[in-house]
Design a protein around this ligand. Structure first.
Ligand SMILES: Nc1ncnc2c1ncn2[C@@H]1O[C@H](COP(=O)(O)OP(=O)(O)O)[C@@H](O)[C@H]1O
Ligand SMILES: [Mg+2]
Length: 689
C-alpha cells in the first residue's frame, strides 16, 4: 500500500516534472528563455540551500520545544552527549573522493540495470529521436530565412512551419515518454537496492549489530538511497542526450563550414569543464549539509527512545551551544558552496558568447571573400546550434555532480551490505534433529574483541533433560555463554557439541529452531498475542500455541480476555505487566517444542508476585528439557539440578546445591548473603504490616 502511494507520488512528480520540461523544451532557444533557465537553476540551488537551513532551524526549534515541554533534564545531558559526536562528525566530513574510485561502485550500479535492459533499449531509441527532433527547428528557420525571405518563395513557408511545429510536438512527446520510462526504471532499481539491503541486514551476525547504530542503518536506506535515486532518474537520458545531440548537430553543420564547426565545437569542452567543476565542487558540500541533517535526525530519534528513563537536572545552555556549533559548520559549508557558484556560474555563458563572437568574426571574414557560398542564414544557424548544444552539455555536467553524491550514498549502502558475516553456515552443514539434548562445552574461549576474552576455557556437560542454573556477577560472561549455544556468536576456540555433534555441523536455521531462547529484554512485536507466540513457527496450530501458553502459565490470563489469543499487544494494544510479557516470551520459545532451552535472567527486576508467576512458568517449561538458565534468585536456583558459578569468564564452581554448599566457596557465601537478605526483607515486610 505504502509502496503504491510512493509510486503514485513518484508518477505525479514525474508528470509535473515532464510538464515543466515540456514548456521549457518548446520555447528553448530564445535568449530570454535561456536567461530564465539560468535563473531557474540558480534559484533551484538557492531553494535547496534554504530548505536545508530551514530544516536545521526546525530541528533546533523542535528540540527546544521538547525541552520546554518536558522537565526531564537528564534528557538534555543525553542530548549534550549526542551533540558532541554530531559535532565531531560534522567536523570530520571530508571532501569527496574522485571519480576513479567511484568506478567500481558504478559497475555495481550497472548490474542492477541488467534486469531492465528493455527499458534501456527504449531510452536509447527515445533519446535518439528526441535529439534529432530537437535539432530540426534551427535548420528550418534557416530555410525560411534563406528561401522564403531571401528568395521570396512564400509558398514554402507553411510546409516549413508545419515541419517545425510537428518536430516541436514530437520532441515534447518523446521527451515526456523518455522521462517517464527513465523514472519507472529508477523506481524499480531503487526498490531492488533497498530490498537487497534489507535482506542483507536479516542475515547479519549479532556482532554486526553491536557495532552499528539503528539510526545509521535507517539513514542509509533512506537519505543515502535518495541520493542514488536522484542520479538514477536521469543519468542515462542525459548522457545520451549530450552524445546524440552533438552528433546530430555536427552532421548538420559540418557540410556548411568545417572551420566554423571546429570553432563552435572548441568552446564546448571548456563549457563542459567549468560547469562540471561547478557541480563537482559544490555537490559534495550540499551532500555534507544533507548528512549533517541526517545525523541530527537519527540522533534525535535515538534520544526519544531513551527519553522515558530520564531524571531531572538543568543543561539547556550546553545543549543550545552544541547545536549552535553544528549549525555554524553547516552555514559555513553553505557559504563555501555559494562562493564556488559565484566563481563558476558566469563562466559558461561567457565562454559561449566568446565562441559565438569568434564564429561571427570568421564568418564576416569569409563572407567578404568573393565567391563565398556562406549565407546569413547559415551564420545564424551556427550560433543557434551552439546555443542548443550548451543545454545537453550543462545537463551532463550536472549528472556528473549528482553521481559524485550518489556514489557517496551508494558506497554507504554497499559498505553495510558487504560487511562480512561472522557467523555463517559451513558448506557441508546439515539439518540435524536433536534427539536427546545432551550439551557439552569443551575448552570454550570467546571474546567480542580480539585478545579480550570474556570466556576462558569453559568446559562442562549438561545431561539430557538436566537443568543448570548459571550464577555470576554482572559482567562475568553469563549472557555471552548462552549466546554461543544458538551461535549468535562463534567461539574463538574450543567446541560446543549437542548430542555429540559440533554445533557448526548444524545448519544455523536448524540449530536455532531446536533451541528455545528467552532473552533478558522482553520484546513483543505489535500484533496479536497469537502472532507473538507463534513468531518462531508461523504455521503453528492453535493447539500448539495454547499448549505453549499453558506451559508458560499464561493461558489462564489470555483466555478470559475479550478477544482471547487475538488480543493486540504492543503500541496500540492491551497493556501487559512485565511478568505477563515475560511469560509470553517464554511461550514463544516453547512453541517449537525445543529439546534445549536457554533463558537469560528474567527475574532480576521483578517484584515478588511476578517472580512467583514466572517461576512456576519456568518450572513447567523446563521440566523435560535440557535447560541453561541464568538466575540471581534462589527461587530459581533451588529447582536446578546443578549450579554453574562463573567468575570473570571462568567456571569457578560447578555441581549440585549440596556439593557446592559442602565446598564452602563462593556459592555458599552468595547463598548465605541472599538468604539472610531475603530473611531480613521478610522481617521488614512483616514489621511494616
Ligand atoms: N556486544 C558486546 N560487545 C562487546 N563487549 C560485550 C558485549 N556484550 C557484553 N560484552 C562484555 O562482555 C563481558 C561479559 O558480559 P555478559 O556476558 O553480558 O555478562 P553477564 O551477562 O554475566 O552480565 C562484559 O565485560 C561486557 O562488557
Ligand atoms: Mg547478562
Amino acid at each position: 500500500m505504502h509502496d503504491l502511494a510512493v509510486s503514485i507520488d513518484g508518477s505525479i512528480a514525474k508528470v509535473e516534472n515532464s510538464l515543466q520540461r515540456l514548456c521549457r523544451g518548446i520555447t528553448r532557444g530564445t535568449s530570454k528563455i535561456r536567461e530564465y533557465t539560468a535563473k531557474l537553476i540558480s534559484e533551484h540551488i538557492e531553494k535547496i540551500r534554504i530548505q536545508l537551513v530551514n530544516k536545521l532551524h526546525a530541528l533546533v526549534r523542535y528540540l527546544l520545544k521538547l525541552y520546554i515541554n518536558s522537565r526531564c533534564i537528564h534528557y538534555f545531558k543525553t542530548i549534550m552527549s549526542i551533540a558532541k559526536p554530531l559535532l565531531d562528525y560534522a567536523k570530520s566530513l571530508k571532501p569527496q573522493k574522485g571519480f576513479t574510485q567511484s568506478f567500481s561502485a558504478f559497475k555495481r550500479l550497472m548490474q542492477y540495470h541488467r534486469r531492465y535492459y528493455w527499458f534501456i533499449v527504449a531510452i536509447v531509441i527515445l533519446a535518439l529521436i528526441r535529439s534529432i527532433l530537437f535539432a530540426v527547428e534551427p535548420l528550418y528557420t534557416t530555410l525560411i530565412i534563406n528561401n522564403v525571405i531571401g528568395e521570396n518563395k512564400t509558398n514554402l513557408l507553411w510546409s516549413y512551419l508545419l515541419v517545425i511545429i510537428l518536430a516541436g510536438i514530437g520532441y515534447a512527446i518523446s521527451n515526456f515518454i523518455l522521462i517517464f520510462v527513465h523514472g519507472v526504471m529508477s523506481q524499480y532499481i531503487v526498490r531492488d537496492i533497498r530490498t537487497e539491503y534489507y535482506r542483507s541486514l536479516q542475515s547479519k551476525s549479532f556482532s554486526f549489530y553491536d557495532s552499528v547504530g539503528v539510526g545509521d542503518l535507517t539513514s542509509r536506506a533512506t537519505v543515502d538511497l535518495q541520493l542514488v535515486d536522484q542520479f538514477l532518474r536521469t543519468w542515462l537520458g542525459t548522457i545520451l542526450n549530450a552524445v546524440f545531440t552533438t552528433i546530430v548537430i555536427i552532421v548538420i553543420i559540418y557540410p556548411i563550414s568545417l572551420i566554423m564547426t571546429l570553432i563552435s565545437m572548441a568552446t564546448m569542452p571548456l563549457i563542459f569543464y567549468f560547469t562540471t567543476r561547478l557541480w563537482l565542487d559544490t555537490m559534495p558540500l550540499f551532500r555534507n549539509m544533507q548528512l549533517i541533517i541526517g545525523r541530527l535526525s537519527s540522533y534525535i530519534q535515538q534520544n526519544i527512545v531513551g527519553m522515558k528513563t530520564v531524571r531531572i537536572f538543568r543543561r539547556e545552555k550546553d545543549l543550545v551551544e552544541g547545536f549552535k556549533q553544528v549549525e555554524q559548520i553547516y552555514v559555513n559549508t553553505a557559504i563555501t558552496a555559494g562562493k564556488i557558484q559565484s566563481i563558476y556560474m558566469p563562466l559558461g555563458p561567457a565562454i559561449l558568447t566568446l565562441g559565438i563572437a569568434l564564429v561571427y568574426v570568421y564568418a564576416g571574414y569569409s563572407i567578404s571573400i568573393p565567391g563565398s557560398t556562406l549565407t546569413i542564414g547559415a551564420i545564424i544557424l551556427f550560433a543557434r546550434y551552439m546555443l542548443r548544444l550548451t543545454f545537453p552539455i550543462r545537463d551532463l555536467s550536472q549528472t556528473l555532480g549528482t553521481w559524485i553524491t550518489a556514489y557517496a550514498g551508494l558506497e554507504r549502502i554497499l559498505q553495510m551490505e558487504d560487511a562480512p558475516r561472522t557467523v555463517e553456515d559451513l558448506p557441508d552443514a546439515k539439518d540435524i534433529k536433536i534427539e536427546k539434548g545432551k550439551l557439552e562445552l569443551e575448552n570454550v574461549t570467546f571474546g567480542y574483541v580480539k585478545d579480550r576474552p570474556v570466556l576462558n576455557n569453559v568446559t562442562f556437560t549438561v545431561q539430557p533433560g538436566e537443568k543448570i542454573a548459571v550464577l555470576g556477577a554482572t559482567g562475568s560472561g553469563k549472557s555471552s555463554l548462552i549466546y554461543l549455544i544458538p551461535r549468535f556468536y562463534d567461539a574463538q576456540a574450543g567446541s560446543i557439541r549437542i548430542d555429540g555433534t559440533d554445533i557448526r555441523q548444524f545448519k544455523l536455521a536448524s540449530l536455532r529452531q531446536q533451541i528455545g531462547v528467552v532473552l533478558q529484554d522482553v520484546f513483543l512485536f505489535s500484533g496479536t498475542i497469537k502472532e507473538n507466540i507463534a513468531f518462531g513457527k508461523p504455521d503453528a496450530s492453535i493447539d500448539e500455541i495454547v499448549q505453549a501458553a499453558k506451559a508458560a502459565k499464561i493461558h489462564d490470563f489470555i483466555e478470559p480476555l475479550p478477544r482471547g489469543y487475538d488480543t493486540l499487544v504492543g503500541e496500540r494494544g492491551v497493556t501487559l505487566s512485565g511478568g505477563q510479557k515475560q511469560r509470553i516470551t517464554i511461550a514463544r520459545a516453547l512453541v517449537t517444542n525445543p529439546r534445549i532451552l536457554i533463558m537469560d535472567d528474567s527475574l532480576s527486576f521483578v517484584d515478588a508476585k511476578t517472580e512467583q508467576e514466572i517461576q512456576s512458568a519456568i518450572e513447567e517449561a523446563t521440566r523435560t528439557r535440557t535447560t541453561l538458565i541464568i538466575a540471581q534468585r534462589f527461587s530459581t536456583i533451588k529447582t536446578a539440578d546443578k549450579i554453574l558459578v562463573l567468575e570473570n569468564g571462568s567456571i569457578a564452581e560447578f555441581g549440585t546445591h549440596d556439593e557446592l554448599i559442602a565446598k564452602n566457596g563462593i556459592y555458599k557465601k552468595v547463598y548465605e548473603t541472599q538468604f539472610v537478605q531475603k530473611a531480613s526483607t521478610i522481617l521488614e515486610e512483616t514489621g511494616d504490616a
